[in-house]
Ligand binder design. Sequence first.
Ligand SMILES: C[C@@](CO)(OP(=O)(O)O)[C@H](O)COP(=O)(O)OP(=O)(O)OC[C@H]1O[C@@H](n2ccc(N)nc2=O)[C@H](O)[C@@H]1O
Ligand SMILES: Nc1ncnc2c1ncn2[C@@H]1O[C@H](COP(=O)(O)OP(=O)(O)O)[C@@H](O)[C@H]1O
Length: 308
Amino acid sequence: MSNAGSVTVRAPGKVNVQLVVGGRRTDGFHELANVFMAVSSYDDITVSPADRLRITVSGPGKERVPTNDSNLAAQAATLLGKHAGVEPGVHIHIDKRLPVAGGMAGGSADAAGALVACDALWGLGTEQHVLMSLAAELGSDVPFNLLGGTALGIGRGESLTRLPCPRTCHWVFAIAGFGLSTPEVYGAHERRRREAGLPFAAADMPTPQPSAALLEALAQGDTAGLAASISNDLEATATALRPELTRTLKAGQAAGALAGMLCGTGATMAFLATDRPEAERIAERLLASEACASAFVADGPVPGPTLA
Ligand SMILES: C[C@@](CO)(OP(=O)(O)O)[C@H](O)COP(=O)(O)OP(=O)(O)OC[C@H]1O[C@@H](n2ccc(N)nc2=O)[C@H](O)[C@@H]1O
Ligand SMILES: Nc1ncnc2c1ncn2[C@@H]1O[C@H](COP(=O)(O)OP(=O)(O)O)[C@@H](O)[C@H]1O
């Protein structure tokens, strides 16, 4: 939407259909095979001219979103302004529906949305490949949040190849009443490997690969095959940190999900359903079970940030 000098962009969150975690590199990031899918749950980012960069936030969890320079949307506006030689005097309003610290890349979605919105507000017409490289400076997930659809991310997750996914997947997301910090979960994952006597450095581990069965199921639109192959290497660590997440996982399975797993570094759990009505029934049963703070349904894949 663009009116009276403001632009609104709808930015989707993501689920990691498969997250294979390799070793830690010397720069501190882990090698990944990260199969992303953008899903139909959105933050809305509205930008309008202002005398200085300013952030406001509405929606659930708004008190946990920083409104200073550390906000990823503010960082995105600053970076794009610097790249284009534009003073980033802009008011960014984030209407937040993605869970905060929930593993659905809400902050990265806001950054990707702010890049697209500021580019439109300032009439820059920045080429997509330039926006993608700015996105990679902002965070490992931001390039995917800009791309949308379904993609494999390698390296630290920023080096993307689109994946075919002809069929809509129906997901249920169970939101925890708490968040999990991404660096803390990666750190705990490494500690667990160290304590188990397993290698943890990238130099001592093979490059992570997505499973052939998962890629085949995605490409064929085979929901049962997908349910059999979704996985997240960080799930054991997150459930060790917050054992109540195991209860959420079991509740989703008891509610009729084909499969469930941790979303990114959590604390959201993602469940795959046969169709949309079944997904809605699972969400209702999950809520009734009181094994999560809230639950909602979303479909994927969906495109990246779009002008609303
Ligand atoms: C786990 C994932 C899965 O998609 O998402 P979330 O659950 O956070 O949404 C990502 O790897 C998160 O990506 P993102 O949230 O962009 O992370 P960044 O800002 O780049 O990095 C934050 C911190 O996470 C750790 N990190 C991140 C990416 C990576 N490949 N290896 C890491 O070890 C590092 O400790 C880094 O300092
Ligand atoms: N625009 C933003 N929205 C949400 N969190 C943000 C934002 N900018 C910075 N943050 C910080 O990033 C942390 C991780 O946020 P988020 O992206 O929601 O989770 P995750 O990395 O688990 O997907 C938050 O706890 C918050 O401190």
